[in-house]
Design a protein around this ligand. Structure first.
Ligand code: ATP
Length: 537
């Protein structure tokens, strides 16, 4: 059975993910990727970069696209001019406003984009660290909740007293927090939290030196729109992609890496003519969903959720979320992996004119003395002139915005499988196997000499050395070969290459497939090409 507890434990045991600063008790909302995790996340980002940006062929029109198009990349800074965040709306609007209901004790946050209060508290909480468990207990006390139920009774790591929670040793435990009342009427005064991390430039640190760690990579693309246009000969329609860290001071980071305070985004801003923007929106929505499926997320666990009209930002004519059935969510619920938004000309216009119309915004925008929004744009002309028609316009934008950490987590959850495989004597043994797509797998192949003698290690070294030039491979000569296979199954390694007695006479090896368990004999000279075909298709 797939459970979040087992996945978290495997992640730690095998070096996929560690709690940040663990030896000091950890820091909430921050995660470190271990030796396997770093490879997985890098492979995911490389796949995205290749499939969306560097491997894109602008000469061929994809079947479902309105026209052929170009894609280029960018790497902008994390700290930007403070005015960027004022014009983008983040300075005024990227706040969490929270209220508590006095009766039900439920907590609500104001969703700026949707313009309404949404229940803040997740119904089901996955606790992975001591600090998180303690925070949940505080929440239970604060809300005066009647019950705090352990879903996984076997875990026996939390004992629930009247209002106490004793933690002996905590790797992971799944809890269901259930509020006891449903009345939503009486709400406390809103309290405000800015989600942007502040920092100070230079030594003096006056008010003017305050700036922010970016909460999204997108703005770096918008402010470079003109630079890219002028320097790279691209013309509309085209997209600019960027991968990089973003930071949000989330009030309740939780559910493993799903909601972190430091995370990585993979974002595209696709610029097009307003008349074609609806078609491009549909194109990107469908293409992004297909991408996750091609890398192994199953149809049953993925949904595309189109936002209702009332959920849409005022400038958006369409937004869809690609959501995944993470095991920490209740049955039938999904968590966002990526949002694809039609953003109209809102962002480019904001950076041109500082156009923030308070009447269309749910929260108050600070006005200047002239009654207009205080934060003016750059004053630069960010419009586009079509050379063929001479038409001048501000392009519309379609934004597929994905999280690399949520993606990596979804692929880990999907990959976790328990099945049975025969051991050396043909007896079925249960095994845990991470069925990661070969492109994403941290280690592509493991090389084993069957025994540590008769010249087998020397041949295995030779193969290992050759493969290392092309991909990440692992060498192991310790213990029974069956156990070595098991270790690689758990690490998600798709292929194991074994040097045996036959190798010494005919220079062939066996390649074992992790998922089908099929073993094929391949000439040593063909191993690299064989693996490359298996991995990249
Ligand atoms: P949520 O509603 O879950 O807070 P969001 O709608 O605010 O997410 P966006 O601003 O659209 O998210 O960001 C785009 C993507 O960045 C998300 O789909 C997600 O994959 C990722 N992301 C956003 N916030 C976080 C976070 N705190 N931790 C990890 N990934 C995140």
């Amino acid at each position: 059975m797939k459970s979040m507890e087992k996945i978290v434990s495997l992640c730690k045991r095998r070096g996929y993910l560690f709690q940040s600063s663990e030896i000091y008790g950890g820091i909430q909302g921050f995660w470190d990727y271990g030796p396997l995790g770093v490879e997985l996340k890098r492979n995911l980002k490389d796949a995205w970069w290749h499939d969306m940006i560097s491997g894109h062929n602008e000469l061929v029109k994809p079947e479902s696209a309105p026209t052929a198009f170009e894609m280029v990349g960018l790497d902008s800074t994390i700290i930007m001019h403070p005015q960027v965040w004022k014009c983008s709306g983040h300075y005024d609007l990227f706040h969490d406003h929270m209220v508590d209901c006095r009766e039900s004790k439920k907590r609500y946050r104001f969703d700026q984009i949707r313009g309404r209060w949404v229940e803040y508290q997740d119904k089901k909480v996955f606790v992975t660290t001591m600090a998180e468990a303690e925070q949940e207990l505080d929440e239970v006390r604060r809300r005066g909740m009647k019950f705090f139920r352990l879903r996984n009774k076997d875990a026996d790591k939390i004992s629930v007293g009247d209002e106490s929670l004793t933690l002996d040793k905590l790797d992971s435990t799944e809890n269901v927090l259930a509020p006891d009342a449903k009345n939503l009427d009486t709400l406390t005064e809103p309290r405000e939290f800015n989600l942007m991390f502040k920092t100070t430039l230079g030594a003096l640190g006056g008010e003017d030196d305050t700036t922010f760690l970016r909460p999204e990579t997108a703005q770096g693309i918008f402010v470079n729109f003109k630079n890219v246009l002028d320097s790279s000969r691209v013309g509309l329609p085209f997209g600019i992609g960027q991968i990089g860290k973003s930071f949000r001071n989330e009030i309740t980071p939780r559910n493993f890496t799903f909601r972190s305070r430091e995370f990585e985004q993979m974002e595209i801003e696709f610029f097009c003519h307003p008349d074609q923007s609806q078609q491009w929106y549909r194109y990107w929505r469908d293409r992004r969903l297909a991408w996750y499926k091609a890398l192994g997320l199953s149809d049953e666990s993925l949904i595309m959720r189109e936002h209702h009209q009332e959920e849409l930002a005022h400038y958006s004519v369409g937004t869809a979320d690609i959501e995944y059935a993470f095991p920490f969510l209740p049955e039938g619920e999904y968590g966002e992996l990526e949002g694809i938004a039609h953003r109209g000309d809102f962002d480019l216009r904001s950076h041109m004119e500082g156009k923030l119309d308070p009447s269309t915004r749910p929260m108050q925008v600070e006005l200047g003395e002239d009654g207009k929004p205080k934060y003016r744009g750059s004053g630069r002309d960010l419009s586009y002139r079509d050379e063929a028609t001479n038409e001048k316009f501000v392009p519309h934008v379609v934004e597929p915005s994905a999280g690399a950490d949520r993606g990596a987590l979804a692929f880990l959850c999907e990959a976790y499988t328990e099945d049975e495989a025969p051991d050396e004597n043909g007896k079925l043994q249960s095994r845990t196997v991470m069925k990661l797509h070969p492109r994403l797998a941290p280690i592509k192949a493991a090389v084993f000499p069957l025994v540590k003698k008769d010249g087998m290690p020397e041949v295995a070294h030779e193969i290992y050395g050759e493969l290392k030039r092309h991909m990440n491979v692992f060498y192991d000569e310790k213990g029974a070969v069956g156990r070595r296979y098991r270790r690689q199954d758990e690490a998600g390694t798709p292929y194991c290459i074994t040097v045996d007695t036959d190798t010494l006479t005919d220079r062939t090896v066996t390649i074992r497939d992790r998922d089908t368990l099929e073993q094929t004999r391949v000439k040593i000279d063909d191993v690299v090409a064989d693996l490359q075909t298996r991995i990249n298709g």
